[in-house]
Design a protein around this ligand. Sequence first.
Ligand SMILES: *[C@@H]1O[C@H](CO)[C@@H](O)[C@H](O)[C@H]1NC(C)=O
Ligand SMILES: *[C@@H]1O[C@H](CO)[C@@H](O)[C@H](O)[C@H]1NC(C)=O
Ligand SMILES: *[C@@H]1O[C@H](CO)[C@@H](O)[C@H](O)[C@H]1NC(C)=O
Ligand SMILES: *[C@@H]1O[C@H](CO)[C@@H](O)[C@H](O)[C@H]1NC(C)=O
Ligand SMILES: *[C@@H]1O[C@H](CO)[C@@H](O)[C@H](O)[C@H]1NC(C)=O
Length: 446
Amino acid sequence: MEMLRFWSVVASFSVFVTASNVRVGPNDPKEKRTDLLMRIRNYKDLENPPNYDSDKITVIEADLNVNSFDSINEASMDFKISVMLHLRWINHLITNQFTSVKSTLEYVEMDATKMGRLWVPDLYFPNEKRSSFFNVMTDNKMMRLHRNGTVDYTTRLALTLSCPMNLERFPFDKQTCSIKIESFGYTTSSLQLRWSNISENAVALNQTSLPQFEVTGRNYSHRERTHRFRGNFSYLQADFHLERNIGYYMIQMYIPSLLIVLLSWVSFWLNVNSVPARISLGVLSVLTITTQSSAVNASLPRVSYIKAIDIWMTTCLVFVFAALIEFSMANVLSRNSSSEKEFLQRIFRMTKIGRIEKEKNGNDVTIGLRRRRQSQTDGEKKDLIVNEFGNVNLKSEANEKAEKVEQNKGLVYASYLDIACRVLFPAIFAIFNIIYWVYFWKLTVN
Ligand SMILES: *[C@@H]1O[C@H](CO)[C@@H](O)[C@H](O)[C@H]1NC(C)=O
Ligand SMILES: *[C@@H]1O[C@H](CO)[C@@H](O)[C@H](O)[C@H]1NC(C)=O
Ligand SMILES: *[C@@H]1O[C@H](CO)[C@@H](O)[C@H](O)[C@H]1NC(C)=O
Ligand SMILES: *[C@@H]1O[C@H](CO)[C@@H](O)[C@H](O)[C@H]1NC(C)=O
Ligand SMILES: *[C@@H]1O[C@H](CO)[C@@H](O)[C@H](O)[C@H]1NC(C)=O
């Protein structure tokens, strides 16, 4: 019995010793991670680029994941993009750190605070205007050091990149916006950039439609370029091919201006004598087209060449302006010099009657008005009244009749002009439309 108790105590003790041995044993990965991190951070050579002591070229493989692609701005010719940039390179010095602390870890992870002064490539974006790192909650970057020497570095960036655009075909245009990545300090003899070929797409873009554009494709390449004084540098370029959606411009620009041009033709169906109606119709349509065309250009840069939308807007303006000019021509045709004289004379007489009547009957002008109305209906009576107040009028009845015939002739000419324009304006506008739309439709298809 005593023996049994003794052996059970020995057994339980040995189990305890074995268990604690496992917990503090030399192969425990958790303890070694701290050692490894300390060692890596204190190892000064890791602050230098890989192969710093040799002639070997360090190849950096990049992989870009586009999180959002938006705000393509024509006025400032740039776009905003938010990306996850992943870089991978090999530094064989890291393997030694793993073996020297006898770590069995495959890799060690680091966040922004642990990275310290470890080397990362000094990349920049040559076409960058503004950029920022994301730093909520901590800097959005991480590093992973693999036992085999591979370093993975990932960071998240918000970039505003310039994108020169040719707006000659606006809004039927296609644009190419690109991201360029280049090393600032290391020439091709020590550092070269490549797009990663681990996944099939080094540049991943999930979003295919932007508010105004459709992403029709992308391609990427690595190249080399020479900077004066600095030498040859390797750089990466990714191009995004964008095609503008015409929908917005159809609804906001083309259809309203088309309707206004149609509206201005209503004038040809109105009477030549309805001066206020035709004038206000013409002037309003000219003003509306002018306002619309400045609204289009408000969001565009002040380029000196003619854009496709300018052709449209200018043609619409010419059409509504021509309709207004047509009215003034019809109006001039409808009267002639002698009828104009008569018109002026009548006004002169009326004012004179009104004034004298007023003097005679105090403030009562109703008689004068009545008389004036009479005078307009009856030529003979009018002459009588006028003579009563001492204003000599030598006009005869025959003279007035001839004038009326002439005026009627003028009216006929004016209505002929209107009738001709009812056909001519729509026909020319239709021809313009056919040419315009076919031409730009073909351009977008190709
Ligand atoms: C190193 O290890 C990582 C992770 O296992 C792997 O993706 C990479 O290809 C390896 N690199 C080399 C050079 O073997
Ligand atoms: C890319 O892939 C090819 C095989 O498809 C391979 O030969 C080449 O070494 C890879 N390049 C890099 C930089 O990994
Ligand atoms: C990309 O979009 C597809 C479907 O549209 C989705 O299945 C996939 O998970 C998305 N990938 C990413 C990285 O968001
Ligand atoms: C993409 O392709 C076009 C035409 O094929 C070419 O002109 C352009 O340089 C390419 N861009 C990149 C970054 O390779
Ligand atoms: C840069 O490249 C050009 C040709 O691409 C070459 O002629 C020139 O010598 C190179 N310059 C340096 C400093 O390597």
